[in-house]
Design a binder for this molecule. Structure first.
Ligand SMILES: Nc1ncnc2c1ncn2[C@@H]1O[C@H](COP(=O)(O)OP(=O)(O)O)[C@@H](O)[C@H]1O
Ligand SMILES: O=P(O)(O)OC[C@H](O)CO
Length: 500
């Protein structure tokens, strides 16, 4: 039996397909970027056809690179940017509008109205989420209300909704399977994470017919087969998970108390809380880490919207670097006597502030402030935001873990972890070790493991966890008084940036 697994990692800025061999080594890879659309301030859209085209094209590139055909692939796993939603016509498969992306803030008003009507509690209690435009539910409502004829066609059963995994499954299977997994469902504001079911009452509050929504399956499950016409042979789709959950799996954070943080466009810290749903008292999210064999493992998550995106801003907005990789060296040249703080609230602030209306600010500028100080402020903002998430997690988790909350170790991945400077800064500001693994494609590996283990071609959980290996540990080196001083300056800057 072949043991190659193809992982599709459909991210915010690019689509990647990676083929892993039976020893979990990369055999072939295809990656393509696609356009971002910003039709208005705070709005972010993707063309679903770009998402589909780059998916098929990168799959073909990965197969060609590995010198393999569809028959050599044992299974496909799909992991995806979460919360981003598409509505499409059931008959033609054509989207009725561009995808509304997770970063999009257009439903801030609707969230405010639901909050004002006193509904925040019921959403938090059942979904583990907060009323923020980040999540899919209000985006679906917006599409139904703003695309001509959408609501009527939806009520007549002619329209389907889905997150990116669902759209790709629908297209790959030639319109035969309308399904999602529990991790993606848990990001919609429509899914009761205790009962593991769509919630009719929440759907009514958002004005969304339940008939629009996909069937929810385990993260390792049968999602049908890719249509023969696409790659010359059918390939079973056996693993599906949101990208942050897939990274949690790829980092082998299977034990309660283990934590990973992924640094891409945004940054997402996920703490495994085991079979216990831990509601947050500190404005984090309770969410589903994975569901295997019908058993749900929960997590606490802290989501921040701008991490690597701050480096993109240094490159594309300020044009003070040509490549993201220059940012660490430049930050290292900064004048230490200047206390410059960048609060990168470019699209509002996520956890733990959840302020959709806040916008970015820089504090402490002097005549001597230059590119190096701005680069340092951008990278430090990633460390400070991580600190706020991890601090909130420690508080939520304390007392449930036999007093081990202080023993935080952060496993890191994502494009930004290439920056040694940033990783050291995070260790210093957290006052905790930061572990960078040998395999950095953890998101793709996580979903490949779901698919590969589902068909019995890959090792089980324990063996997979044993194979996780450390490339480098960053230990905190910053004196406590300096750390405390920096954090006080950060807190003050955030306070001055909040809109309310
Ligand atoms: N050496 C580096 N130093 C700092 N930031 C980096 C470096 N390399 C990449 N990045 C940042 O990492 C992000 C890309 O990471 P990736 O995981 O591919 O993101 P995504 O999955 O969100 O598209 C970009 O925002 C980029 O600015
Ligand atoms: O595409 P990424 O890697 O930036 O991840 C996006 C997240 O899933 C949004 O919740």
């Amino acid at each position: 039996m072949t043991r190659f697994v193809l992982a599709i990692d459909q991210g915010t800025t690019s689509t990647r397909s990676i083929i892993f061999d039976g020893n979990m080594r990369v055999a072939g890879i295809g990656q393509l970027e696609f356009p971002q659309h910003y039709p208005r301030s705070g709005w972010v859209e993707h063309d679903p056809e770009d998402i589909w085209d780059t998916t098929v094209e990168t799959m073909r590139l990965a197969l060609a690179g590995a010198g393999l055909g569809a028959r050599d692939i044992a299974a496909i796993g799909i992991t995806n940017q979460r919360e981003t939603v598409i509505l499409w016509d059931r008959e033609t498969g054509r989207p009725i509008h561009r995808a509304i992306v997770w970063q999009d803030r257009r439903t801030a008003d609707l969230c405010e109205r639901l909050r004002a009507a006193g509904h925040e509690g019921i959403f938090a209690e059942r979904t583990g989420l907060l009323l923020d435009p980040y999540f899919s539910g209000t985006k679906i409502a917006w599409l139904l209300d703003n695309v001509y004829g959408a609501r009527q066609r939806a009520e007549a059963g002619k329209v389907l909704a889905g997150t990116i995994d669902t759209f790709l499954i629908w297209r790959l299977t030639g319109g035969r399977v309308h399904a999602t997994d529990a991790t993606n469902a848990s990001r919609t504001l429509l899914y009761d994470i205790r009962k593991n079911a769509w919630d009719g009452e929440l759907a009514r509050l958002l004005g969304i017919p339940l008939s629009l929504l996909p069937e929810v399956r385990d993260s390792a499950d049968d999602y049908g087969v890719s249509d023969r016409s696409l790659f010359g042979a059918e390939i079973p789709i056996r693993g599906v998970a949101g990208d942050q959950q897939a990274a949690t799996i790829g980092q082998a954070c299977f034990q309660p108390g283990m934590m990973k943080c992924t640094y891409g466009t945004g940054s997402f810290a996920v703490l495994n809380t085991g079979s216990t749903l831990v509601p947050s008292n500190n404005r984090l999210l309770a969410t589903i880490a994975y569901r295997l064999n019908g058993e749900t493992t929960y997590a606490l998550e802290g989501s921040i919207f701008v991490a690597g995106a701050a480096v993109q801003w240094l490159r594309d907005g300020l044009k003070i670097i040509r490549e993201a990789s220059e940012s660490g060296r430049l930050a290292g040249q900064a004048d230490n006597t200047q206390a410059i703080y960048l609060v990168p609230a470019f699209v509002g602030l996520g956890a733990p502030h959840w302020d959709a209306e806040a916008r970015g600010a820089i504090f402490g500028l002097t005549r001597n402030t230059g590119p190096a100080e701005l680069a340092r402020a951008a990278l430090e903002s990633v460390a400070f935001q991580t600190h706020d998430l991890v601090d909130a997690m420690r508080k939520d988790w304390q007392g449930r873990d036999g007093g081990k909350a202080h023993e935080t170790v952060l496993r890191v991945d994502g494009g930004m972890v290439a920056s040694d400077w940033t990783m050291q800064c995070i260790a210093d500001i957290l006052a905790a070790p930061v572990d960078r693994p040998t395999i950095l494609e953890t998101t793709a590996l996580g979903v490949a493991w779901l698919a590969g283990s589902a068909i019995g071609a890959w090792p089980g959980q324990e063996e997979f966890a044993r194979q996780w290996s450390l490339e480098r540990r960053f230990l905190p080196q910053m004196p406590e008084d300096i750390r405390a001083h920096k954090l006080a300056g950060w807190r003050d800057s955030v306070r001055r940036t909040l809109s309310r």
